[in-house]
Design a protein around this ligand. Structure first.
Ligand SMILES: NC(=O)c1ccc[n+]([C@@H]2O[C@H](COP(=O)([O-])OP(=O)(O)OC[C@H]3O[C@@H](n4cnc5c(N)ncnc54)[C@H](OP(=O)(O)O)[C@@H]3O)[C@@H](O)[C@H]2O)c1
Length: 234
């Protein structure tokens, strides 16, 4: 039996998810990718997934199957704007099902990509814009954040600003909720923090706002974190 940690990437086909796969590919971990689409298996394997699970997080049985024998969950799942026409949001119901299944399965650590403005803390004008434009999705994220904080496993929640397709800079600002950070951040930078979080004790059981804004390098709430990348090949 392999002693490599098994990492579930939920939302692996998405734009952050693809960055996560790229970072995990050279690492001594077994990567399981979750997608709803049965036609994406070959693409996800080519991007570095060792296993592909076709499932929908609105089905609790699929959430349970996704976390079987998993050590770490990285969730980059999210609704697209068409979801606003309906009343069900994967950000709340789906991620909540994944949190519940992961806790039941004994997953060690769960990392969630949330968004600036989620939660009750004061937020920047950018967070307020997110809340105004996609309020139901933001409230759904708040529900699954709360479920994750209550769950019996390690967690880290990242609330990024406006996501971009830019390159990884490693110059991000990270601060506790209520710091009112604002700005963009690349998915490559967020993916790096997500893949490091389960191996970085300083971020265990914590929630952070995350942006990459040179105007905020002196922000008083900013916390300096020595991010520890996951296992390396010997
Ligand atoms: N856009 C922004 O500026 C911004 C800012 C802050 C935070 N965020 C948040 O950051 C996260 C990542 O965003 P992104 O743009 O990188 O993602 P994305 O490209 O929109 O990808 C979303 C992923 O979610 C998966 N998904 C959706 N519904 C699902 C379901 N019912 N079951 C299983 N998987 C499902 C999709 O997988 P399949 O289609 O393969 O099933 C897809 O891989 C999201 O939570 C987003 O809300 C975005």
């Amino acid at each position: 039996m392999s002693s490599r940690p098994r990492v579930l990437v939920a939302g692996a086909s998405g734009k952050t998810g693809r960055e996560i796969l790229r970072l995990l590919a050279p690492r001594p971990v077994t990567v399981r990718a979750l997608t709803r689409s049965g036609t994406r298996t070959a693409e996800l394997e080519a991007r570095g997934a060792d296993e592909v699970l076709v499932g929908n997080l609105f089905d609790p049985a699929d959430a349970t199957a996704a976390v079987a024998d998993v050590d770490v969950v990285l969730s980059a799942v999210g609704s697209d704007l068409r979801a606003l026409r309906g009343a069900r949001f994967v950000d709340g119901e789906g991620v909540g099902a994944l949190v519940s299944a992961a806790a039941d399965a004994g997953v060690r650590a769960f990392v969630m990509e949330s968004a600036l403005g989620v939660g009750d803390e004061p937020t920047s004008p950018l967070g307020s814009v997110f809340n105004a434009v996609i309020g139901p999705i933001q409230r759904a994220k708040a529900e699954s954040e709360a479920a994750l904080r209550d769950a019996a496993m390690e967690h880290t929640i990242l609330r990024p600003g406006l996501l971009t397709g830019g390159r990884r800079t490693d110059t991000v600002q990270v601060a506790p909720p209520g710091a009112e950070l604002w700005g963009c951040v690349s998915r490559a930078d967020v993916a790096r923090l997500m893949t490091a979080a389960p191996w970085t004790p300083a971020v265990t059981d914590r929630t952070f706002e995350v942006v990459d804004n040179p105007l905020l390098t002196g922000h008083p709430d900013r916390v300096a974190i020595d991010w520890v990348d996951g296992p390396r090949r010997p």
